[in-house]
Design a protein around this ligand. Structure first.
Ligand SMILES: *Cc1c(COP(=O)(O)O)cnc(C)c1O
Length: 368
């Protein structure tokens, strides 16, 4: 790994490949793999990750919003791309870039059909999202029964897949809830398929679903967090490797006398003579203010150094008393040893939030 000379987010494509192969090894033969690359591929780099997933022969990509799919198409990605949460205002962008909308309500289906007809589109691929208990977006099972009638009147769209989302797939104490969702999904999709007269793909598992509900793989699975190295489970985390490592350097070292303060609003007051270091990393880079006042820590040559005082916009200060280090030395925030998940726990957060929060200002470098 290169030594950091400024704040960098390292993206390890070898780790991505291993995670992909591990998750694929959990699938029954013929089950397709959709790589979820929304939110800049969970805070890393969606173009780079999507390109690698295409090389690895993933079957599908998913993004949350149309604009995220546009970026991938404009970078030349050829995989089919599901837009999980499209909006009417973006239908033009979706069709121009051959993105495939996840249709989640009767209103949206009517609007998309009208849009597709206005452009004389034929068999445009759409995906039907069913709400089986998450109560976020999706057709209720009752609403699903109105879909065939709407589709019979048009040749402009064709259902490429039917999908749902589990509300607590990582929560082994509540397996029964997920099992009810899965059986409702099966029943609702069986009925829709029968009425359509053709057979779209079916999918309902996210990463934790892949790991905990192997019987519900249907035709495809959708994995995000697992690709990036987290399994929402201490045991599974051992089989996965974090893709992103956040590193920075020491900008300046200060010798603070007992009684002096450090940073805004006297957020740290030295109770003894203290050596501090200032890092070029702040809340504008994605380090939440909650990490201040000793909650967060970084690692320098294997030594933990707590974040002290208030996190500033572009900088934060750490206590390096007793640690042998110099200005310019590399500092690890999270990565392989201190994982983003362990870092997240310090402020009662989760890996998803921490890795997606790393702002676009932080330089990305790809390591192979
Ligand atoms: C984000 C998302 C996923 C991916 O979930 P992970 O837990 O990251 O694997 C799958 N499906 C839907 C609908 C999503 O919004």
């Amino acid at each position: 790994m290169p030594i950091a000379t400024e704040t960098t987010l390292e993206i390890n494509l070898k780790a991505l490949t291993q995670n992909f192969n591990y998750l694929k090894s959990k699938l029954q033969p013929g089950v397709q793999f959709m790589g979820v690359v929304k939110a800049f591929a969970y805070g890393s780099d969606s173009v780079v990750i999507a390109q690698k997933l295409q090389e690895l022969k993933a079957d599908y990509l998913a993004v949350a919003y149309a604009s995220e799919g546009v970026v991938l198409r404009d970078a030349g990605n050829k995989l089919p791309i599901l837009v999980l949460h499209p909006q009417t205002v973006n239908f033009d962008k979706i069709a121009e870039r051959c993105l495939e909308p996840g249709i989640y309500s009767p209103l949206m289906l009517k609007r998309f059909i009208a849009f597709a007809e206005s452009l004389n589109l034929q068999d445009y691929p759409i995906h039907i999202k069913v709400n089986t208990g998450m109560n976020r977006i999706g057709f209720t099972p009752e609403e699903v029964s109105s879909i065939p009638e709407l589709l019979q009147k048009t040749t402009s769209v064709k259902v490429k897949s039917i999908f749902s989302h589990l509300a607590a797939s990582e929560d082994v104490a509540n397996r029964a809830f997920a099992e009810r969702q899965i059986s409702l999904f099966k029943k609702t999709s069986d009925e829709l398929i029968e009425a359509l007269g053709y057979v779209p793909l079916r999918h309902t598992l996210n990463t934790s679903g892949i790991l905990n509900f192997p019987e519900a793989q249907f035709d495809m699975v959708r994995s995000g967090i697992g690709l990036y190295g987290f399994g929402n489970d201490a045991l599974e985390n051992k089989n996965l490797e974090p893709v992103a490592s956040l590193k920075t350097i020491i900008s300046q070292i200060h010798h603070i006398k007992k009684g002096e303060s450090v940073g805004y609003n006297f957020g740290f007051i030295a109770s003894k003579n203290t050596v501090t270091a200032t890092l070029p990393l702040g809340h504008a880079d994605g380090i939440h203010r909650g990490y201040g006042k000793g909650k967060g820590f970084v690692t320098i040559k294997g030594n933990k150094a707590p974040m002290i005082g208030n996190i500033c916009m572009d900088m934060l200060m750490i206590d390096i008393t007793g640690i042998d280090c110099n200005e310019g030395d590399e500092v690890l925030v999270f990565g392989k040893t201190t994982t983003a998940e362990a870092f997240a726990e310090r402020i009662n957060s989760i890996s998803y939030e921490i890795i997606t929060a790393i702002s676009q200002r932080v330089k990305r470098i790809v390591v192979h």
